[in-house]
Ligand binder design. Structure first.
Ligand code: NAD
Ligand code: SER
Length: 317
């Protein structure tokens, strides 16, 4: 059985991925870690939890040895909007944290999963049906750390034979843990405020398309890629994945199918708008489908239905 170590496990993805992987691989075989000392009971009560700053290479290495880990899921990082507020910190955590994870993987012979992002593309990238292999000249510090990460993971695979794998996540929508300071966060906040206030003031401009995916499809994609036959992985770092592309008016229309009095207004944030406009409108996900069977289940309306149901239960507690 695999021994899996997750960094940044208390974030939007990690808080759900940890429990999902514990269901599959066993509670004791999935070690969650994060820089935060306070860990929710559902994570700390269902398996091991360690406090770790991924920039501390010695502690990181000791934990991987202590738990006899063979696979690191390196989720710790600073997302796009927060990264623009403090680019130096974003570089430190996103790059030095990944470098430590790669060096530990090399020294202790672990496999490594590293999530890249739609942010790895920039304004000179073809915007529609963005190819797997194309121009990558991002203009955000977050995107620059993601392209660097993709290349570093390729390098450690080619030079040292480390089994590195990764995806370019689109914006992820989920109801469990709030997103951590990204540009696509509006697509989560809109559901909360639709239920709580029947209105939402959007920081992204009408007509701005970005790729998105519902969290259950993201969790399934990670597991499917981790279990994929390595011989089939040509583009191992990192695969375009997405299941829908929409603009704010599309999500509002979808919400109105269930909450007809929902009102969408705009108060555009120039920083996040500029980031959004530098990212693709829609990704080509053919390589992920062909090489490891990426097969998302949720479109926008299916996601909206499930989000409103599950979030409604959560908010009424
Ligand atoms: P998040 O911001 O919700 O969570 C990140 C976690 O990392 C937080 O719990 C934070 O406490 C932790 N962290 C920050 N600095 C740390 C450090 N120095 N040491 C250890 N832990 C630290 O992010 P997320 O949405 O869960 O994203 C996880 C990964 O997936 C990131 O690399 C992100 O870039 C990538 N990604 C996310 C999305 C998305 O829409 N959520 C999309 C594309 C890529
Ligand atoms: N959801 C992420 C962000 O907006 C994309 O990487 O930063």
């Amino acid at each position: 059985m695999r021994k899996i170590f997750i960094t940044g496990a208390l974030g939007q993805i990690g808080s759900e991925l940890t429990l999902h992987l514990r269901d599959i691989y066993g509670d004791d075989n999935v070690i969650a870690s994060d820089i935060k000392a306070d860990c929710p009971q559902n994570i700390s009560g269902s398996g091991p939890y360690e406090v770790l700053d991924v920039r501390d290479s010695r502690s990181f290495s000791e934990l991987i040895s202590k738990h006899k880990v063979d696979l690191i899921l390196h989720l710790a990082g600073i997302l796009s909007a927060n990264a623009e507020k403090n680019p130096q910190l974003a570089w430190d955590i996103n790059i030095n944290g990944l470098y430590n994870a790669l060096e530990i993987s090399r020294n202790l012979r672990c496999s490594l999963f590293f999530p890249s992002s739609i942010a790895a593309f920039g304004p000179s990238t073809p915007m529609d049906n963005t190819p797997q292999l194309t121009i990558q000249r991002p203009t955000t510090i977050y995107g620059i750390t993601k392209v660097t990460g993709e290349l570093l993971c390729d390098y450690y695979h080619n030079k040292y034979g480390i089994d590195t794998r990764g995806v370019r996540f689109p914006g992820l929508v989920s109801y469990d843990t709030l997103p951590g300071g990204g540009t696509t966060d509006y697509a989560v906040h809109i559901y909360y405020e639709a239920l709580q206030k029947r209105s939402y003031s959007c920081f992204i401009k009408r007509g701005t398309y970005m790729d998105m995916m519902y969290m259950p499809d993201a969790l399934e994609a990670v597991v499917t890629l981790l279990e994929a036959d390595p011989a089939r992985l040509v583009n191992r770092n990192a695969y375009n994945i997405s299941s829908m592309s929409f603009e704010p008016e599309d999500i509002a229309l979808s919400i109105r199918k269930y909450l007809p009095d929902f009102v969408l207004t705009y108060n555009v944030d120039p920083v996040r708008q500029q980031i959004a406009e530098s990212w693709p409108n829609s990704l080509d996900v053919t390589a992920a489908m062909e090489e490891w069977g990426f097969c998302p289940q949720y479109d926008l309306d299916a996601m909206t239905k499930d989000m409103l149901e599950k979030l409604g239960v959560k908010l009424s507690r």
